[in-house]
Design a protein around this ligand. Sequence first.
Ligand code: AMP
Length: 224
Amino acid sequence: MPELNLILLGPPGAGKGTQAERIREDFDLAYIATGDMLRQAVAEGTPLGAEAKSYMDAGDLVPDALIIAVILERLHGGDARDGFLLDGFPRTIPQGEALGEALRGAGRDLTGVLMIDAPDEEIVRRISGRRVGPASGRVYHVEFDPPKVEGKDDVDGADLIQRDDDRPETVRKRLDVYHAQTAPLVAHYEDRGLLHRIDGTASPASVHEHVRATIATLKLEADV
Ligand code: AMP
């Protein structure tokens, strides 16, 4: 069976994480979210986390060499060998090239790149309203998905927190970084005939339907 090797591309806050949760269930793919991996490394105080933290808090990208090593190891090991869904990687042209080379070297190919897009203003509104339960990890939005009691986690009543990199000034910085360093990947994958554009401003349900239909088509084509 041909494997499905997919990338979710798009600005932070366009809904990649939300969609990824649904797609993983639909298609049973290994889900690799670099932001989650790095946040976990920070929480566990590993050497990777110690090195990544200051970049992340400032809204900058961690250095290519650091993240490329982590991802390539993950791609060649265990569950990702039968297909993967990458969220948050690649984020620069050198990362994209390193990924392409590693896959080619292993006789594998990318199946497609799903680009979920939304305008900057919408993203600032979405991300700066995001709150997280510190222990449960449950994510809320003050406007679109508020907790039952303001400022408190529905799960355990803990005070909700805002991630350092979700503050409005850091979000703007992350968007600048996205436009400067990550957006060039759109043309990179378009040139290779791999890019599929999805409007991230639609409702989560209709974005999901669009994403699901796109992947289902890619899967059919891959099976031929
Ligand atoms: P995310 O949750 O995907 O928005 O990632 C949070 C932060 O982790 C980013 O702002 C970066 O500092 C860092 N990060 C995640 N993925 C990458 C990557 N592929 N390259 C460099 N830095 C990354």
